[in-house]
Design a protein around this ligand. Structure first.
Ligand code: SF4
Length: 357
């Protein structure tokens, strides 16, 4: 097994409640909190479990819905930080996300925050999100986060409707002062069906473009549900004559092998555990079983950490240990969580070193 032995990042959907209703929301959020949400005490217990059962302690990302819809968010951030867990927050850009709230989260020990920006103008962003005024609130929130000295990540949806705007969004991300730009490649499930995913050829061109930006922008670029960005970066670095060790030490090298269920674990608002927020295969619930045990022992998680058993092109691919494809997209499009990721254009040759895209 060559996957990541313990979760590095725990994405925790504290609530599905959100005052926005974005067209492509993964959580299909609604305004009110669910009656089955984990209580504050249950959340504290899970945090203690994560801190004691996993070495090194993982980084926890509180997400939603909008985690600010929970009045105990600051207390949970403080608890996580006090336990030695790294902790980030991914709030929604609403009127709740004020400079004062950002300051409180900073005082509680938050190490990073992220907001979503899907267009370089109000017309583009609000059109994609389906929420008027969201663009202005996002820029205001981003400014407050940077001003507070909290490392900011901007998340951007990549699909047919946004791809021609990426260059302009990149310039905006740089101007805002973000540390990281994460490109989320649409998986057309849930509300995401209202938007159109890129073809494999379009994704390849987009990832090549993103890789070409490295060193020219003041932020690090990463991808969500497009791990073959690593294959593209590695191929470029090899062509530039970089050694294996230099590649491993690069920003992309530090993510090798991390994908849904391998280095990543997701806790839903009701405590259900899945390999990621985009892969709704429930393997258990933290109310009954420790998250670390589910990650370590559940057959689905174990299979997701064994890329040599993947099928189709991902199974045959020389890059599968560092990439492995989006397991969420394989599941959504083929029903086979170990199947190939159709967003990747790569065909390995028999030796695995050549191939073509
Ligand atoms: S074929 Fe699969 S494992 Fe290989 S680079 Fe593409 S997505 Fe990654």
């Amino acid at each position: 097994m060559s996957g990541v032995a313990a979760p590095l990042r725990v994405y925790w959907e504290l609530t599905r409640a959100c005052d926005l209703a974005c067209r492509h929301c993964r959580a299909e959020a609604h305004p009110d909190r669910g009656v089955d949400e984990l209580t504050t005490d249950e959340c504290r217990e899970v945090l203690r479990d994560l801190a004691t059962a996993i070495a090194p302690p993982p980084h926890v990302i509180f997400t939603g819905g909008d985690p600010l819809k929970r009045p105990d968010l600051g207390a949970l951030v403080r608890e996580a930080a006090g336990l030695g867990l790294g902790v980030s927050v991914a709030p929604s850009a609403t009127t709740r996300l004020t400079a004062d709230v950002v300051g409180e989260l900073k005082a509680a020990g938050v190490e990073g925050m992220s907001v979503s920006l899907d267009g370089a103008t109000a017309a583009r962003h609000d059109g994609i999100r389906g929420v008027p005024g969201c663009f202005d609130m996002t820029l205001r929130a981003a400014g407050s986060i940077v001003a507070a000295g909290i490392p900011l990540q901007i998340n951007t949806l990549v699909c047919r409707e946004t791809v021609d705007d990426l260059e302009a969004i990149a310039a905006l991300v740089a101007g805002i002062g973000a540390r990281r730009w994460s490109l989320f490649f649409l998986i057309a499930v849930g509300r995401g069906r209202v938007l159109t995913p890129l073809s494999a050829a379009e994704a390849e061109r987009t990832l090549e473009w993103a890789a070409s930006q490295a060193g020219r922008r003041p932020f690090v670029t990463s991808t969500t549900e497009a791990p073959h960005y690593r294959r593209i970066v590695v191929q470029r670095l090899r062509r530039a004559g970089r050694s294996v060790e230099q590649i491993r030490r690069s920003p992309v090298g530090r993510g090798f092998g991390v994908r849904d269920g391998s280095g990543i674990l997701f806790i839903a608002a009701n405590g259900d555990v899945t390999p990621s927020g985009f892969l709704p295969l429930v393997v258990g619930n933290v109310r009954r079983t420790r998250a670390a045990v589910l990650y370590r022992d559940d057959p689905v998680f174990r299979a997701l950490r064994a890329p040599e058993t993947f099928r189709g092109r991902c199974g045959a691919c020389a890059f599968h240990a560092l990439c492995g494809g989006s397991r969420a997209r394989a599941w959504a499009t083929t029903g086979d969580v170990l199947g190939e990721d159709p967003l990747c254009a790569w065909e390995s040759d028999a030796a695995g070193e050549g191939g073509r895209s």
